[in-house]
Design a protein around this ligand. Sequence first.
Ligand code: AMP
Ligand code: GLY
Length: 453
Amino acid sequence: MRILVIGSGAREHAIVRALDRGGEHELHAAPGNPGIAALATLHAVTATDGDEVAALAREVAADLVVVGPEAPLVAGVADAVRAAGIPCFGPSAEAAALEGSKSFAKEVMAAAAVPTAMAHLCTTETELAEALDAFGAPYVVKDDGLAAGKGVVVTEDRAVALAHGLSCLARRAAAGERPAVVVEEYLDGPEVSLFCLCDGEDLVPLAPAQDFKRALDGDEGPNTGGMGAYSPLPWAPADLVDEVVTRVARPTLEEMRRRGTPFVGVLYCGLALTSRGVRVVEFNARFGDPETQVVLARLATPLAELLLAAATGELGAVGALRWRDEAAVTVVIAAHGYPGTVRAGDEIEGTADAEALAGVHVLHAGTARSSEGALVSSGGRVLSVVGLGADLDAARERAYAGVEAIALRGSHHRTDIAARMPELPDLPLGAGLDDEGAEDDLRPSVLDEGDLR
Ligand code: AMP
Ligand code: GLY
């Protein structure tokens, strides 16, 4: 198969690596990165320009286009590729609104009775202040649109919550959009990411993973795009995947189909396992980064067949997935300043040494070649180092041995990825729903639906 992958992060490097399987397919990537260049032919493209991407797909005679990041999806790139008659793994712009608009996602969850945090959509400072006081601390305030993982503030400090809410309203007003910010109930409990491959009607869940969103050890510091991840989750309830498929993914897929906007691609369910049951924290419309780096490292079923089946409505014919009997841990090496203003152009050394270690591979994200051909940093998250091992401890040791082999001036990484397993609340998942008050928990969680789009 000829496959074109759109994007340039470590997620796309992981996808290309999983598609490759020793050269079975002719791979192209746009814009790609220096790591992806070892496996695929790179092409320059404006990833958010549907016409450009469709033209490139035609030029390389792609049998399948895989769109990695959210921005092209929200911009309608998958629609343009499909309109050109080429199978595309990725949702339409309308379906990608599950990620692109927090309020739309809440509306769909309400209609499909999917359990999520109660939320209030605020359009003015007064509404914002009222919503903060209605929920109380810890406060959760979310930009309604895409914000590269940085639009959400979770804080005990009301002033900080208010300031973030006001900045979201101002940002949208300045961009000529309707001012809107979501304030929601705080969800307590460990977080899990579950990716479901969807073909509009059917879905196939992958293995769950856990992401580390905060910049610093011990879950301190600001939210980031993700600083590390691991899979499998030995502590998760055995029925977790079934529960999420039944209560969250299938009803959402069905609701999207009912609306005439079937969802094709990855429905990324970001979940909190609370004492009252599983709750959706967020949906994304694409593979997660860095969770993809560990999930696809463990997948034994050929990825190309799965993504083509999803893109062509054939997922129903796909049998049970096969997984490697290994655990995977990834650690992100971030540039100086990330997630704030990052410094670019620092030389990266030691990636080959890391790759030479048993069970270690290095995925590129914010890397570039200098005019002299040296590998240099060019973004916030620079590399994802992946370790595979017999269990999580072994995988973790290998990932960190890889990180130690790499030198990047001023970089930082977390030292506690997969170091401790979370404790489950007393009444995890469905258990809590049999309690009194369960009806309330199941009720779609929107305070004033009238406000929703
Ligand atoms: P989101 O962009 O919605 O995934 O939010 C980013 C991160 O903020 C999540 O992964 C959580 O760690 C945190 N978060 C978001 N919503 C909530 C919530 N309702 N309660 C607690 N934490 C949250
Ligand atoms: N790892 C979080 C995300 O991809 O949004």
